[in-house]
Design a protein around this ligand. Structure first.
Ligand SMILES: Cc1cc2nc3c(=O)[nH]c(=O)nc-3n(C[C@H](O)[C@H](O)[C@H](O)COP(=O)(O)OP(=O)(O)OC[C@H]3O[C@@H](n4cnc5c(N)ncnc54)[C@H](O)[C@@H]3O)c2cc1C
Ligand SMILES: NC(=O)c1ccc[n+]([C@@H]2O[C@H](COP(=O)([O-])OP(=O)(O)OC[C@H]3O[C@@H](n4cnc5c(N)ncnc54)[C@H](O)[C@@H]3O)[C@@H](O)[C@H]2O)c1
Length: 476
C-alpha cells in the first residue's frame, strides 16, 4: 500500500508536473504536501499577483487611448481588485487541484515529508502516526523556496510581510514600505500604488531589476515615481521597529525615519529542501541529485525552486517534464536522452530563460543581457542593438504616447540571437518569439524572412534587424 514507483515531496506546480509525467510514463506516483496542493505559485505568488496587477494595467491601457480615456475612472476599484485576486488564489482552497491530481492518477498524502533513508520518505501528519512511504524507482524533491529576511536590526521582530501576507492582504494599507528592488519588490510596489497605498521602496542597489538590462529598471523606477511611489535607490534601512501604535519606523543611514503601516520584505528567496536532504541540493542536467563526489545518487531527483537553477514556475515545470520522463525511461530500461537539448535534460535553464515582470511598463526578457554576453564572449563578438518601441506603428496605435525600448543581443560569429529584452506596455507576449530564436538558434539572416504582421508591436523585430544591418557579416 505504501510503496510507489515514484514519491514526489511538494505539490507545487513543479511537483505536480513531475508526478504527472511519471504517471504518463506508466509508473505509479504519490505526492506529499504539507500545505496546499498547488504550492506557492497558485496561492501566494504567480497567479494572485498577476490578478492583482491586472486591473491597474487594464485601466492604464484604456486611459492611454482617446475615446476610452474619457469614459474611465482615474483609479481602480480596490475592493473589486482584491476580490479578483481572491478568485485567482481559489480563495486559498485547493479542492480544484486535489481533484486534478486524482484525475491524473496521482495519490496524495497530506503532511510534511522528510527523507528517512534511500528511497524512503517519512510523512509527519497532524494528529496521526507518521507514515512511511517507499519508492521503487525515485524520490523527487519539489519543495520550493522560502523568502529571506535580511539581518536588519529589528526587522524580524516588526512582523514584516513576506509575499504571503502581502498577496493575501484583506485591506489596503495606507502606507507600505518595501525593502528590495527585484521582481517581487517592483511588482508589489506597482500593485499597492495602484490600490491607493503610499509606497516607499528601499533599494540597496543603484537600480531596480538588476538582473535585467539597465534600461528596464530605469523605466520601471521612472514610471513608479510618476505613479506616486517614492523609489529610493542606493538606500538601506539601518534599523526597523514597530511601535506600540502599530506603526513601522525604518531608520535610514542618513538618520531619516520612514513611517509605514506595513513593511514588505522582498529581498530574494532561497531553496527549501526537506529534512534529511542536503542543505544545498546539487543536480545534474537531468535533475538527478549529486552526492559529495558529484556523481548522481540514482534514486533522488530535485526539480523547481529547490534546486536553485531558475526560480520561475515555467522553468521548474520544464525541469519536471524532463525529470518525470527520465525516471519513466530509466524504469523501463531505456537510455537517458541527456545530450544538450535532449528530452531528459533542462538545457534551456542556462542561457534561454524567459521572464516577464508584470510592472508598468512590463519587462520581458530571454537569454543573455548585453553585459552578460560581452563577459562570456568578449566585446568583438557581441553586438547589441536598441530600438524605441514607441516608434513602431503598432505601439503608436496601441497607446497614445507609448514609451518603451527593445534590445537584441547577437553573437556575430555564429550569427544567432543570444538575448532580447522588451520594455513597454503588454510586451510580455513578445518574448516567446525571442525565446524560439534563442533556443532554435535561428540564423539572423533567416529572421529577415519572419515578417511581422503590420501594424503589430512585433514589428519591433524588423526594426531591430534593420539596426543590425542587412549588409553586415550577419547576412550569411
Ligand atoms: C510574489 C511572487 C510572484 C511570483 N511570480 C511569478 C511569475 O509570475 N511567474 C513565474 O514563473 N514565477 C513566479 N514566481 C516564482 C514561482 O512562484 C516559483 O518559481 C514557483 O512557485 C516554484 O514552484 P515549485 O513547485 O518549485 O515550488 P512551490 O510553488 O514553492 O511549491 C512547493 C510545495 O512544496 C511544499 N512543501 C515544502 N516542503 C515540504 C515538505 N517537507 N513536505 C511536503 N510538502 C512540502 C510546499 O508546501 C509547497 O506546496 C513568483 C514568486 C513570488 C514570491
Ligand atoms: N514575474 C515573475 O517572473 C516573478 C515575480 C516575482 C518573483 N519571481 C521570482 O521569485 C524570485 C524572488 O524574487 P525577489 O524579488 O524576492 O528576488 P530578487 O533576487 O529578484 O531581488 C531581490 C532584491 O533584494 C535586494 N536585496 C537582497 N538582499 C538585501 C538586503 N539585505 N537589503 C536590501 N536589499 C536586499 C537585491 O539587491 C534585489 O534588488 C526571483 O528569483 C524571481 O525569479 C518571478
Amino acid at each position: 500500500m505504501n510503496t510507489y514507483d515514484v514519491i514526489v515531496i511538494g505539490a507545487g506546480p513543479v511537483g505536480e508536473n513531475a508526478a504527472d509525467r511519471a504517471v504518463q510514463g506508466g509508473l505509479s506516483a504519490v505526492i506529499v504536501e504539507a500545505e496546499l496542493v498547488g504550492g506557492e505559485c497558485s496561492y501566494w505568488a504567480c497567479m494572485p499577483t498577476k490578478a492583482l496587477l491586472r486591473p491597474g494595467h487594464a485601466l492604464a491601457a484604456a486611459r492611454a487611448v482617446p475615446g476610452a480615456r474619457e469614459v474611465t475612472a482615474e483609479r481602480i476599484d480596490a475592493a473589486a481588485s482584491l476580490a479578483y485576486r481572491d478568485s485567482f488564489a481559489s480563495h486559498w482552497k485547493d479542492d480544484g487541484q486535489v481533484s486534478w491530481l486524482s484525475g491524473a492518477g496521482i495519490d496524495l498524502v497530506r503532511g510534511r515529508g522528510r527523507l528517512a533513508g534511500e528511497r524512503t520518505v517519512e510523512v509527519v501528519r497532524d494528529g496521526e502516526d507518521p507514515l512511511v512511504l517507499t519508492a521503487r524507482h525515485a524520490v523527487v524533491l519539489a519543495t520550493g523556496s522560502r523568502p529571506t529576511i535580511p539581518p536588519v536590526p529589528g526587522l524580524a521582530e516588526a512582523s514584516p510581510w513576506t509575499n504571503r501576507e502581502a498577496i493575501s492582504a484583506e485591506s489596503v494599507p495606507e502606507r507600505v514600505l518595501i525593502i528590495g528592488g527585484g521582481v517581487v519588490g517592483s511588482e508589489f510596489a506597482t500593485a499597492f500604488t495602484d490600490l491607493g497605498s503610499r509606497v516607499t521602496m528601499l533599494v540597496r542597489g543603484e537600480r531596480l531589476l538588476e538582473r535585467n538590462e539597465p534600461f528596464a529598471g530605469e523605466a520601471v523606477a521612472a514610471s513608479l515615481r510618476e505613479m506616486g511611489a517614492d523609489v529610493r535607490l542606493g538606500t538601506s534601512a539601518e534599523r526597523v521597529e514597530r511601535g506600540q501604535d502599530g506603526v513601522v519606523r525604518a531608520t535610514l543611514g542618513s538618520g531619516e525615519v520612514i513611517e509605514a503601516d506595513e513593511v514588505v520584505v522582498a529581498t530574494g528567496r532561497r531553496p527549501a529542501p526537506p529534512e534529511g536532504a542536503p542543505e544545498r541540493v546539487q543536480v545534474d542536467e537531468a535533475m538527478r541529485v549529486l552526492d559529495d563526489d558529484g556523481a548522481p545518487l540514482g534514486w533522488l531527483w530535485a526539480v523547481g525552486d529547490v534546486n536553485g537553477r531558475a526560480l520561475l514556475t515555467h522553468q521548474g515545470k520544464y525541469q519536471a517534464r524532463a525529470a518525470g520522463d527520465a525516471i519513466a525511461a530509466i524504469a523501463s530500461g531505456r537510455a537517458l536522452d541527456d545530450a544538450p537539448w535532449g528530452a531528459h535534460v533542462a538545457t534551456a535553464d542556462h542561457d534561454a530563460v524567459p521572464q516577464v515582470t508584470f510592472t508598468r511598463p512590463e519587462v520581458a526578457s530571454v537569454g543573455l543581457s548585453a553585459a552578460q554576453a560581452t563577459e562570456r564572449f568578449g566585446e568583438q563578438r557581441v553586438k547589441a542593438v536598441d530600438y524605441n518601441l514607441g516608434w513602431v506603428a503598432g505601439a503608436a496605435v496601441f497607446a497614445q504616447g507609448y514609451t518603451g525600448q527593445a534590445r537584441l543581443v547577437v553573437d556575430t560569429e555564429r550569427s544567432v540571437v543570444l538575448g532580447a529584452t522588451f520594455v513597454g506596455a503588454d510586451v510580455g507576449e513578445l518574448v516567446q518569439a525571442a525565446t524560439m530564436a534563442v533556443v532554435g538558434e535561428i540564423p539572423v539572416h533567416r529572421l529577415w524572412h519572419a515578417v511581422p504582421a503590420y501594424p503589430t508591436i512585433s514589428e519591433i523585430w524588423l526594426r531591430l534587424l534593420e539596426e543590425l544591418g542587412r549588409d553586415s557579416a550577419l547576412t550569411r
